[in-house]
Design a protein around this ligand. Sequence first.
Ligand code: AMP
Length: 508
Amino acid sequence: MNIANWLHATALLRPDAPAIYHGESLYADYRRFAQEASHIGQRLVQNFGLQPGDRVALYMQNRVEYLSLLYAIWWVGAVAVPINYKLHAKEAAWIVGNAQATLLFSDDGMLHDAADLSSCRELGMKDGAFNTLVEGAAHDGLAAPASVSSNTLAWLFYTSGTTGRPKGVMLTHGNLMAMSLCYAVDVDNVSTDDTMLYAAPLSHGAGLYNFVHVRFGARHMVPQSGGFDSNEILGLGASVGNLCFFAAPTMVKRLVQAAKAAHADGAGIKTIVCGGGPMYAADMVDALDTLGPRFAQIYGQGESPMTITAMRREVISGRDHPKWHERLASVGTAHSCVEVRVVSEDMADMPAGDCGEVIVRGSTVMQGYWRNEEATRQTLVQGWLKTGDIGYLSSDGFLTLTDRSKDVIISGGSNIYPREVEEVLARCPGVFEAAVIGAPHPDWGEEVVAFIVVQPGSAIDAAALDAWCKSEIASFKKPKRYEFCPELPKNSYGKILKTELRQRLSST
Ligand code: AMP
């Protein structure tokens, strides 16, 4: 089944319902949204010979036309390749080439000036490409989307690539549907009165949440700023109400800081879905204290998009539960449509509480990597997705992530999970952010090194941090060195780049 059927169905059922907003101005109701998608899809076929299965790349900022373009691609059975607009032009061009896209929509139509796009035709939004394609859409009836099977490729999702080249994760219409149904069951209830705000790139996690909101006929909003502006979001919450959005942990921290400065309590924000990186328990407590019970958490990866485990608002804000603190540091329990196991290197189940690699099987798991059989073979093993994440399951099914497998530090033969040390540092008064890595050591193999961003106005030093860690964790886990820095290196999705921290150490 074509995921665009959801838009078609909602447009037939509630044509006049408001669908897409730019800030607080209405851009399209559901009739218009579906007409644009259907009309543009037909035009892409007529004008450019687009065929089912062809790849169409989108390298553009979050904008109201983004959703219509995505659905236009699916309407005619083609494959969308959304590319993070924060990537360098050369990186974007590499993805266009790797996906063998035949069409590319870009902001300014200038990507071909920066890199060779070979046979890909580029259409610039600023050159009026969208306006030309959409002309006449208002007079269209609503032809149904192309009929495709659920295992037809829909979205080539390029991994964020904290190391090496990104890989194209092949997501089918069926994967996207399963993911969306899981959202409504396991993450948050969705209603027609909700507004899904796209404050993070639509090419990644934030964009994946559009489907379930289309199915429910909810509102979609691209903020005026086009990105994550904490004060704008606090203002939109107050004026729009029932605001929902995805935020990486760094964005949550920025929002909490802004709310504290403005004495705001997040009124009108319904749900902040947090994920994409470790959300330290201390930060979550701070966020709850400041903004109230508005948080859900998800753990996923492009390879099982946004859907491995989840923790609903009731669990995150359930302070009375005897295991509340423990659960806050976890990423929740398995989504409804996946099985989650923690296994040893030979794929044997680890006992509850023991660390191993997290593996996943179910209807959200990708088909494989685009034209990369070797990587697919290494990642999909015996029908299971090897996530590369290390964690442990509690006896009641909560998964706690300790690290990416390659980030585990082995010092004097002991495994040290940076996440555990980072949790301790995050609780230390005066610390804004911390990242822990292993540095080569002649005697111990590796030693623990912490990179620290100090809270503005605080004068915390290495001795104070050392005393804090001494009082909280075993001394073999304690950082042997503290490196102070004004900020941590992050990729365009806000993930900390530990490879870059390692390079910094090796070059000093
Ligand atoms: P990506 O495919 O770019 O979305 O990256 C996925 C990776 O981000 C996962 O494999 C985890 O290492 C990390 N990640 C995602 N969600 C969480 C979370 N809630 N807590 C900790 N790490 C996370």
